[in-house]
Design a protein around this ligand. Structure first.
Ligand code: IVH
Length: 667
């Protein structure tokens, strides 16, 4: 039976890997969703019955990583370099001359490939299994973000047989364009600041400490190079990319080759047209010497290779007239100036509004109503006002002064010391009330169907619901009686409210809109506390002790739950029948001898590699953290341990060696 289970597991895992590759890499689905779900379910069932089958590279382990409190450091086996930039074809010609001078004997062949606007990562496969994935960091060492990278569905956790024992591949993580737009819409609906561009969104996603949350972000990856390889290597860049592709790794759709300056210019221009259809952002073309051995002869400066260069495309800009500056009031009362523009076409879309961030920014750029301004937009980036065309400034253009008054409720605006944002201080301000209700209903929070901007505006305008408690008192007839509200939509909304009563506690906690409590913090709270009652009575000290919760957050949470009005609201929600229990609570006696313990690794251990030691610790329920603090339970020190060891001694954190670690792990 056991061997049968093992065989079946291997078949299932293989089949799932194949379908994942077809779907996520080739974009050619090879199975229907329900059939795929059936295979996946069977795999999970098998692993539940036979936990030993659940290896690190099982398809089930994409989001299997546990949240960490900090990322461990990862030293790159070979440094990760950056690239020099050029902005013109003349500079490109100079670059070619420089290389030709260094390699006078050789016929030079070049590759031209997209410069992906994302984050560089290095992935280490050992015997075909993905063991470490890390950010570039300072080039010598970066953050070990293996758990986060594993959530990227197009990235294989295992490579086919017959790959070198050590194979490091390098590439770029990015956020897909369509996914980025959706994510930002959701963030706006939730009252969160949208990301300025997909690159920031990808960076923000990879920094999250909980892989489960990273898994919800639409990330992709493209591999374009190698790090350490212990085995036979291709001899050209073109072969490298073909090889990576053959191994099932996602690569750029097309790369060009050429010899002359004219060839390169043609390829760069072709790529400039093609890149608008990619599902990732590109900001240039990377030109690389094709022959890897010639590269070695060329060498590198301290930060960039001499055999490659990035040709950067100009961001798209357009001029238009700033018709007015309006003020938006967010759910926290923040007053944000918005540029109302004469509509203009840039990078394929019509732009009529652009954020101006805050008053200081407007003053710094001296932006005045009536001005002709330069708007910049690259792909999905939120349009921004770059500068004013001073020659076109009309005489009557007046400097902008933020009216220190809420445009909605006319309260006097206030600003905290050191802050640049003015806020409406009136919690009953209709704009804030609407913002809070929209946030509560948003997909990422209580996910209440129909509870969007339009309905919320009517509910608040008519006085039917002014806080989230009142939503649950609404009668069908009241909602249906609102202007332009069809009976069917009203019923959907009422059903949506009913369904929301069963949502998990973290969604409710997030939906309440407590300052500094995003979805991640809400989840952290609901992992620690099993019920709303426990959360209501949590002390500030207790809250600070939770991973992901710092002093500012703890204070804010404690303050919010201490407010009598908020407590009354919670009581209303309880009576309405909302679920107050957390299903994600992890009891503190979680499995494993190191459960709840945080360990720091430093120096070189005699037998275990760093990631092996980390795996032992995690398997024993412990967590690997990057820096030593009072909260650290143990520092595991090996040879040549440095400042971390000193810090441990200073803070009296117990220091142990490898054998002691293994003993603690129960091995
Ligand atoms: S090659 C030593 N190829 O651009 C060679 N880099 O501005 C270094 N990048 O750090 C990398 N697309 O993060 C290479 N096709 C591509 C790339 C690429 C994007 C990034 C990479 C690098 C940065 C330098």
């Amino acid at each position: 039976m056991k061997t049968e289970a093992k065989k079946r597991h291997a078949v299932l895992a293989d089949e799932i890997r194949r379908h994942d590759h077809a779907y996520y890499v080739l974009a050619e689905p090879s199975i229907s969703d329900p059939d795929y779900d059936r295979l996946y379910r069977e795999l999970l069932d098998l692993e539940e019955a036979h936990p030993e089958l659940c290896a690190a590279d099982s398809p089930s382990q994409r989001v299997g990583g546990k949240p960490v409190s900090e990322f461990p450091e990862h030293r790159h086996a070979q440094p990760m370099m950056s690239l020099d930039n050029t902005y013109s074809f003349d500079e490109l010609a100079e670059f070619l001359k420089r290389v030709e001078k260094r390699l006078p004997e050789a016929e030079l062949d070049w590759t031209i490939e997209p410069k992906i606007d994302g984050l560089a990562v290095s992935l280490r496969y050992e015997n075909g299994t993905l063991v470490v994935g890390a950010t570039r960091g300072d080039g010598a060492s970066g953050d070990d973000i293996t758990g986060n990278l594993k959530t990227i569905r197009s990235l294989p956790l295992r490579l086919p047989a017959k790959v070198p024992a050590v194979l490091e591949v390098r590439g770029e993580v990015f956020m897909r364009r369509a996914g980025f737009a959706k994510l930002n819409e959701k963030r706006k609906a939730e009252g969160e600041e949208p990301f300025a561009n997909p690159r920031n969104a990808a960076a923000g996603s990879l920094k999250m400490l909980d892989p489960k949350m990273v898994a919800e972000r639409p990330l992709g990856i493209i591999l374009y190079g190698l790090g350490e390889v212990n085995g036979e290597m291709p001899v050209t860049q073109k072969e490298v990319v073909d090889w990576l592709k053959q191994l099932g790794l996602p690569t750029a759709g097309k790369i060009w080759t050429g010899q002359s300056h004219a060839d390169l210019v043609a390829a760069i221009n072709e790529l400039d047209i093609a890149r608008h259809d990619f599902d990732y952002e590109t900001d240039g073309a990377v030109i690389k010497l094709n022959d890897l051995s010639l590269r070695e002869q060329c060498g590198a400066t301290s930060k960039a290779p001499r055999w490659a260069i990035a040709y950067k495309y100009a961001a798209e800009q357009a001029e238009t007239v700033l018709k007015a500056i309006t003020i938006q009031v967010g759910r926290t009362g923040a007053l944000t100036p918005v540029a109302e523009l004469e509509p203009v076409l840039i990078a394929g879309s019509t732009v009529a509004r652009a954020t101006l961030h805050n008053e200081e920014e407007i003053q710094r750029k001296d932006i005045r109503v009536g001005d002709t301004v330069v708007i910049e937009k690259a792909g999905e980036i939120i349009p921004a006002v770059v500068e004013v065309v001073l020659e076109k400034r009309p005489k009557k253009a007046t400097a902008f002064v933020l009216n220190k008054e809420c445009p909605e409720c006319k309260s006097k605006a206030a600003k905290d010391e050191g802050d640049v944002v003015w806020r409406c201080p009136n919690p009953d301000c209709a704009a804030q009330v609407r913002g809070r209700l929209e946030h509560f209903c948003a997909r990422g929070a209580m996910d209440i169907e129909g509870g969007g901007e339009v309905l919320v505006r009517q509910l608040v305008g008519s006085g039917l619901a002014l806080n989230v408690g009142e939503l649950y008192k609404l009668a069908l007839a009241e909602v249906a009686g609102l202007e332009r509200m069809a009976e069917k939509s009203a019923q959907n909304f009422i059903d949506g409210l009913e369904a929301s009563k069963q949502r998990d506690l973290w969604r409710l906690v997030f939906g309440l809109g407590i300052l500094h409590v995003g979805a991640g913090v809400a989840k952290a709270l609901c992992r620690r506390y099993a019920t709303m009652a426990e959360l209501l009575d949590a002390s500030e000290e207790e809250l600070v002790a939770i991973d992901d919760v710092g002093e500012v957050i703890a204070k804010s949470v404690h303050f919010w739950f201490g407010d009598p009005q908020n407590r009354a609201l919670i009581e209303v929600l309880r009576k309405a029948g909302l679920n107050f229990e957390s299903s994600i609570v992890t009891s503190s006696e979680a499995a494993g001898p190191l459960a709840g313990k945080g360990l720091v690794l430093t120096g070189t251990l005699p037998n275990l590699k760093r990631h092996e030691a980390a795996a032992c610790i995690e398997a024993a329920g412990g967590k690997v953290i990057g820096t030593v603090s009072k909260k650290t339970d143990y520092v595991v020190a090996g040879e040549a341990a440095g400042s971390k060891l000193a810090k441990a001694e200073k803070l009296s954190v117990p220091v142990i060696d490898e054998s002691e670690l293994l003993r603690l792990c129960g091995e």
